[in-house]
Design a protein around this ligand. Sequence first.
Ligand SMILES: Cc1cc2nc3c(=O)[nH]c(=O)nc-3n(C[C@H](O)[C@H](O)[C@H](O)COP(=O)(O)OP(=O)(O)OC[C@H]3O[C@@H](n4cnc5c(N)ncnc54)[C@H](O)[C@@H]3O)c2cc1C
Length: 477
Amino acid sequence: MSALPVVVIGAGPQGLAAAAHLLERGLEPLVLEAGAGPAAAVAQWGHVRLFSAWPELVDPAAQRLLEASGWVAPLSGYPTGAQWIKGYLAPLAAALGERVWYDARVTGVSRKGRDRLVDAGRGEQPFTVHLTDGAGTEVRLEARAVIDASGTWDSPNPAGADGLPALGERANADLISYGVPNSQEPQRYAGRHTVVLGAGDSSLNAIIELDRIAQTHPGTRITWALRRGGPVEANNTFGGGAADQLPQRGALGIRARKAVEEGRIQVVTGFRTGELDRIPNPTNSDVLSDTDSDASSDQLVVVAEDGRRLDPADTVVVLTGFRPDLSVLSELRLDLDPTLQAPRAIAAEIDPNLHSCGSVAATGARDLAHPGEPDLYLVGMKSYGRAPTFLAMTGYEQVRSVVAMLAGDVTASERVELVLPDTGVCGGSGLYDDPTNTAGGGGCCGAPAPAGTRAEPELLSIGLGAAPISERPAGGC
Ligand SMILES: Cc1cc2nc3c(=O)[nH]c(=O)nc-3n(C[C@H](O)[C@H](O)[C@H](O)COP(=O)(O)OP(=O)(O)OC[C@H]3O[C@@H](n4cnc5c(N)ncnc54)[C@H](O)[C@@H]3O)c2cc1C
């Protein structure tokens, strides 16, 4: 079995980093990527500027691999997604060469000759990985271990507040977008009404991009509907602001707040979307004459579960978060938290319902393991399930630890030292969804401390002798 490769699903930032760590440890990686090039998911939000600076976006093993051929790591600045690819992820994929297969969509993972039911000899069997290539050909490979770094980008949460597609959401897909609008491509939004659904960093980005369009295209209207209740000034909508240890992440909230305070965004809170109702657009001919002749002639009315109706929208932008696609792993014995759909041992640490001070703990191989399925790991964005707090540097620490474990270096795997930034606010989406919660604090940490008085970031050490996250007291922030 040791002659088999470690299959990595996804050539995003985390899958490519995992491959670099595997190579460094003398293990052979095979990265299977569904897209036509590296970081196909990041490419879809290439216009968005990251809130993390360059040094937080480069994996140390990947850096060592790249520097061997003369690459110089960017030392400062905040790249866009496209710049992250051009300056780092594409060169990294090129350095991995034929170890990365493109147009290779993984459709299933199992154990050789064993479906989910069969116990006998399960752990000794290699994994089987099924994929479909660009020509539609089905292929079955064997792997000694599988690292699933396929992210969550392809499975956005729907508009419905109950987690299911709102009535009419599937049928009216032509009037709905699940990505952050790009102010450099204003056609779809200029002079029109857009409704943004959802909170979080992506929705803040959307508000800022749409606001840019509104400032140069008269008649552009933006409505922002949030499930969380209470006034936006008090319900954590704008994040940590100046108190955020990632200044660019804080700046997102500050810019969005300004657009709201200056009256360019209409905000509706406590709004639980139930239905998207299609109606004809009465002003269609005027609008189309100076914008996009391909646009639909219809509009959508977003209807809340309590019957409230927003003004008709030309586009509804749904940014309600993401969820992992677990269908390809359905023949494996996963140990997942039933709420977050994240590996059970890390869920308590990242669950926004329990506590979220913005900071989350570093997680290593022990926390990411599935006891019933040795040598299988979910890493990166996918390892956080539905929790929105994932950072690239958390993932790089995950893949370092996971690969050390696969290489048999338990000591290195369990030694984790990572300082993670704080958003400067407490309380996550689960708490703020309570329409009666209008307080600024909440969660395990109480109200945000005034700037300058907050505790320093925690140095987390999950070393030998330290209790696994699952055994530490909940709400450790
Ligand atoms: C708009 C946005 C801004 C962000 N900004 C920051 C930031 O500033 N700082 C930060 O630390 N984090 C940020 N993040 C969070 C996170 O770091 C990124 O989402 C990052 O891209 C996650 O990396 P990943 O490798 O886990 O997943 P992804 O980047 O999603 O990569 C997964 C890859 O797997 C491929 N794939 C999916 N399914 C399959 C399959 N079945 N078979 C084969 N391949 C498959 C996809 O095509 C993709 O290339 C941001 C996220 C978003 C969405």
